[in-house]
Design a binder for this molecule. Structure first.
Ligand code: UD2
Ligand code: MN
Length: 532
């Protein structure tokens, strides 16, 4: 048997003990070079992965308090673990499967359903099926889509075949740690409309180090250009936890406005009741925010369960291509927004003008019907009750739009396409008069903060030129820097008394200077953007 031989060859490449307990490891010499090349192609060092046992031992990452929690295994619901994959490295995928088998108590693991989303890699097509059949428990089942369907339809196909009471979705490049499954099932058992997410640790894509950084963790948010992002647990939620879990708040289920999307568990019945997925979402992206908003708005809760920890390999780029090379993330996000975001939808289009009237979005009527049928609440309700920390650039503001030099359209505040997740210097650029440019959207709040969706204006006073620096805002308006928009149209920094000035521009960057009510270069006005 050719496969038998190949499987033996694969196993002979593995070095027992390598990277055990999640420690980092490295290749050397020629292997290091081909390892780096495989990283460039796959976003994962596949040569290194091939040398690590499918059964490498997981690290000990559980919180002390979790060790005291007792679960009555026999009373827990059973789980179907669903893993969809498209062109994933074979050894990484198998390590994921083995880690589930090694860590999930057999009494509660009903099955593992692998859904191959029509990969073309040779080892995934032949050898994998043979390996599953001859080397793994009969609980592991492998299905293959008839064409590439995208992760939503692949997950739906897996869910349709599942027979356990709870569906657990995992990406194809994860490693579970001991005790990860019980707390998820136990929470769902207590509360069937709780959709639960483990704490997701990082497995380094180059060294396979399991990078657990202590016991702190983030919860999910979103940005108005339609992406998921991470945030600290807000004080509001800490208070709720104190009421709920008393002195064990570190391991208390933590409400999260959104989820990353790949790793979660949900009661099987509830999954179908609450609208499973929008099956017309193609490729990758958008389904996570769709499901997050839907769960909260239609009566469920989304919770991070700190006693459940799973590592995930975050890749820096997509190693696979999308159907017809379309921006499936953008298209799916519009499908989501049309159904769930009500008039907040406009904010998405302001930040992604290319998505307005996008021709490939298709019809979403059946999802709106679902929303009516489930009698879901409004997006406004969601924002006020589930995610009140989120700053909305058009709410509670004195002004919003472009900030232009008075009577001079050559100068508008602009982020100059810098990385807005890091501190960056505020600049000026020609005003975009005919379209809304996301780089030129600014808000001036009632609390006198000058900001964008994510960043707040401050002054860098360490250098002789005092640049205006936009830094990621603390939650909401907590930033100490405040600005007065004076009767001379200056933006005057209350803490230093300096004004934003565009005199002697260096690389288009603005700076703060001594206020001079006669200076033309200190005069700024808000201009309404089109479609506002
Ligand atoms: C995150 C989620 C991912 C998904 C995505 C948004 C985590 C850790 N990951 O991105 O699960 O929610 O956001 O869509 O929360 N796949 C297919 N068919 C495809 C493309 C991908 O089956 O056409 C598989 C892929 O092999 C993988 C899974 O879907 O197992 C998720 O894809 P990813 O790992 O590229 O997504 P990720 O982690 O960047
Ligand atoms: Mn992933």
């Amino acid at each position: 048997m050719a496969f038998e031989h190949e499987i033996e060859m694969d196993l002979s490449k593995q070095i027992p003990g390598l990277c055990d307990f999640g420690v980092e490891c490295f290749l050397s010499g020629e292997e290091m070079e081909i390892g780096e090349a495989s990283y460039a192609e796959n976003g994962i060092n596949v040569i290194l992965s091939d040398k690590i046992s499918y059964n490498r031992s997981p690290p000990y990452v559980q919180h002390e308090l979790c060790k005291n929690v007792h679960y009555d295994i026999l009373s827990l619901p059973t789980a179907s673990v669903i893993i969809t994959f498209y062109e994933e490295p074979y050894s990484v995928l198998l390590r994921t499967v083995h880690s589930v088998l090694n860590t999930a108590p057999s009494a509660i693991l009903k099955e593992i359903i692998l859904v191959d989303d029509f990969s073309s890699r040779r080892d995934l097509k032949g050898k994998l099926g043979y390996y599953v059949k001859t080397r793994l428990s009969s609980k592991v089942k492998l299905f293959r889509m008839r064409r590439q369907s995208g992760l939503v339809r692949a997950r739906l196909a897996g869910a349709q075949r599942a027979t356990g009471s709870v569906l657990v979705f995992l990406d194809a490049h994860c490693e579970c740690t001991s005790g990860w499954l019980q707390p998820l099932l136990s929470r769902i058992h207590q509360s069937r409309s709780s959709v639960v997410v483990p704490l997701i640790d990082v497995i380094n894509q180059k060294t396979f180090e399991y990078e657990s950084d202590g016991y702190g963790f983030d919860i999910g948010g979103f940005t108005l250009d339609g992406h998921f992002d991470w945030h600290d647990v807000p004080e509001r939620e800490r208070e709720r936890q104190r009421r709920e879990c008393k002195d064990e708040i570190e391991i208390c289920p933590t409400y999260s406005p959104t989820m990353a999307g790949g790793l979660f568990a949900i009661s099987r019945d509830y999954f179908w009741e609450i609208g499973s997925y929008d099956e017309q979402m193609d490729g990758w992206g958008g389904e996570n925010l769709e499901m997050s908003f839907r769960i909260w708005m239609c009566g469920g809760t989304l919770e991070t369960i700190p006693c459940s920890r799973i590592g995930h390999i975050f890749r820096e780029f997509h190693p696979y291509s999308f159907p017809n090379d379309k921006d499936t993330h953008g298209i799916n996000t519009v499908r989501m927004a049309k159904v769930w975001m009500d008039d907040y939808q406009e904010l998405l289009y302001m930040n992604r003008p290319d998505l307005r009237n996008h021709p490939d979005v298709g019809d979403v009527t059946h999802r709106k019907v679902l929303r009516d049928k489930l009698k879901c609440k409004s997006f406004e309700w969601y924002m006020q009750n589930i995610y009140p920390e989120k700053f909305i650039p058009t709410r509670n503001v004195q002004n919003y739009g472009r900030i232009s030099a008075i009577e001079d359209d050559r100068f508008c505040f602009d982020d100059l396409q810098q990385n807005i997740d890091e501190p960056y210097n505020l600049g000026v650029y020609s005003c975009y008069k005919h379209d809304i440019a996301p780089s030129q959207l600014f808000s001036y709040t009632y609390n006198k903060v000058l900001r964008t969706e994510r960043s707040c204006a401050t002054i860098d006073d360490r250098r002789s030129t005092k640049y205006i620096v936009m830094i990621p805002c603390n939650s909401d308006d907590e930033v100490t820097d405040t600005w007065v928009h004076t009767s001379f149209n200056q933006f005057k920094h209350e803490q230093t008394g300096l004004c934003i000035d565009r005199k002697n521009l260096d690389k288009n960057l603005l700076h703060a200077a001594v206020c001079d009510s006669l200076s033309k270069t200190q005069k700024w006005e808000f201009q309404k953007t089109k479609k506002q």
